[in-house]
Design a binder for this molecule. Structure first.
Ligand code: BES
Ligand code: MN
Ligand code: ZN
Length: 504
């Protein structure tokens, strides 16, 4: 499943009359319904005010109203979309997600948006938010029916800027470029996350990485099960050994700052468990199908790479994806096994369902050997993160407060929720083993997301490191707020922001 090019043609235009569209999208903040109505022809204004009076449209976030225009404006409909309290970029992005859904539900494929802004940066940020929201809201997961139904797409979007304002146009064009790259990255991550286990094996994930590398002219190396075992990747070999779909260690390199000696090399390590049965510590059957998303971390780092390459960001990245299928079999890892990781440290395996941290241990060590000077791992690591944060926020564990601070502020401006867990010495104690350097699971379930993260941090050592646990956020059972059902691509936007340096 290669990166799906966005099927939406955007134009930035000053000309009000050129685009013949199905709907004009109007963004309205709470308390501004009257002001918005005043901009519309009388019958439409009356309708909007009547909706407001009856308590049906207050311009809250998530509210949309499609008003038929009956020739009063040069489009068939006016789509009012609520911003909630204020027209921040985050509110514009969310309102655009809901607008896209409302348009597609009515099979309306052509839209126009009149943008507003202050300076060039403001124009850029607002345009990025609007275009990103429309592209993310238009996402549809891949389906595998014999006769897939035709679905309407958002085919054309005209972004209207005021005539003669070069700064506005430049800002809008910049924002549009950012939005396209980021949204393609997010939607690509969603696509990969949504692929079932039989359609995305470890070798399949390697194929994806090779295709992405080819598209962007990057180097990609894939170690097969024999090579990775020969190199001493005992964690990945052990977890992947139970499956007939053998493991792969995938590495990609992007040298965008090759001309800057001493520049950081950011290592992005993504958990690539293409299906997690739990292994011999087998999971219960109910809901196990969610575990098709256990390569969500790998999907995120590939989505980030696509965006970074498209935008030609001047940074150095190494991407590492330890890919495996966690299965029970006669060759599977067993509770009590002691294995030797790439770093030489031994791991006592007390639970084979805590497999992500084992493959990430080798992934982190490999990223360091490939030159990473800073590390971010992304992983659907624990169910415990759902207990702590529900599906609302991604949990973070780190060994470097300054680095973590930068990532949290990138998350904030990307509009994604990340919440840091503490890293106290007591939690490290819980991972002590009587027979090995470390054990992969504690004797109880307390602080499961922290100890899971810190297991990975053990292998990061002194290298600045952040762990992002997307166990609650990578995949949703149902559409929720602006996020779609299934794979969400959570953390692509945050990491792209971080990597670009702020402002994006
Ligand atoms: N992939 C799971 C974590 C997960 C569970 C993510 C549910 C999303 C939804 C991970 O490999 C796992 O099984 N973790 C165990 C760890 C435990 C055995 C220490 C868990 O969370 O139960
Ligand atoms: Mn597991
Ligand atoms: Zn897992």
């Amino acid at each position: 499943m290669p990166v799906r090019k966005s099927s939406t043609a955007f134009v930035v235009t000053e000309n009000e009359s050129i685009p013949v569209v199905d709907a004009h999208i109007v963004y309205i903040a709470e308390g501004q319904v009257e002001a918005a109505a005043a901009q519309l022809p009388q019958p439409l204004a009356d309708e909007l005010l009547s909706l407001k009076e009856r308590g049906l449209f207050a311009a809250k976030a998530g509210q949309t109203e499609l008003l038929p225009a009956f020739g009063l404006v040069p489009s068939r409909y006016v789509l009012c979309t609520g911003l909630g309290e204020a027209a921040t970029p985050g509110a514009l992005r969310a309102a655009s997600v809901y607008a896209a859904r409302a348009l597609l539900a009515r099979q309306l494929g052509r839209a126009a948006v009149r943008l507003e802004g202050g300076g060039a940066n403001d124009w850029r940020d607002r345009t990025q938010a609007v275009a990103e929201g429309l592209l993310l809201g238009g996402y549809r997961m891949p389906v595998f029916r014999r006769a897939p139904e035709e679905a309407t797409e958002l085919r054309e979007v005209a972004l209207l800027v005021p005539p003669g304002e070069a700064e506005a146009r430049r800002g809008a064009e910049d924002g549009l470029r950012l939005a396209l790259a980021v949204a393609e990255g997010v939607n690509y991550a969603r696509d990969l996350t949504n692929l079932p286990g039989n359609r995305l094996t470890p070798e399949g994930l390697a194929e994806e990485a090779r295709a992405l590398a080819k598209q962007h002219g990057l180097a990609c190396t894939v170690l097969d099960e024999r090579e990775l075992a020969a190199q001493g990747m005992g964690g990945l070999a052990a977890v992947g050994g139970g499956s007939d779909n053998p493991p792969r260690m995938i590495a990609l390199r992007y040298d965008g700052a090759a001309g800057r000696p001493g520049a950081d090399v950011i290592g992005l390590v993504g958990k690539g468990i293409t299906f997690d049965t739990g292994g011999i510590s087998l999971k219960k059957p109910e809901g196990m199908e969610e575990m098709i998303s256990d390569m969500g971390g790998a999907a995120v780092v590939l989505g980030v790479l696509h965006a970074v390459c498209t935008l030609r960001v001047p940074v150095n990245l190494v991407l590492v994806i330890p890919a495996a299928e966690n299965m029970p079999s006669g060759r599977a890892l067993k509770p009590g096994d002691v294995i030797t990781s790439l770093s030489g440290h031994t791991i006592e395996v007390t639970n084979t369902d805590a497999e992500g941290r084992i493959v990430l241990a080798d992934g982190i060590t490999y990223a360091k050997r490939l030159g990473a000077t800073k590390l971010i791992d992304v992983a659907t690591l624990t169910g415990a993160v759902l207990v702590a944060l529900a599906d609302v926020a991604t949990g973070a564990v780190s060994n470097d407060d300054a680095f973590l601070g930068e990532l949290l502020s990138a998350a904030k401006s990307a509009g994604e929720k990340v919440w840091p867990f503490p890293n106290y010495p007591e939690y490290h104690e819980m991972l002590k083993s009587d027979v090995a350097d470390i054990r992969n699971a504690t004797s109880h379930r307390h602080a499961g997301s922290i100890t899971g993260g810190l297991f990975i941090g053990f292998f990061a050592g002194d290298t600045p490191w952040i762990h992002l646990d997307t166990g609650g956020t990578a995949w949703l059972w149902d559409e929720k707020g602006t996020e779609p059902k299934g794979g969400t691509g959570a953390m692509v936007r945050t990491i792209v922001r971080y990597v670009c340096g702020e402002p994006l």
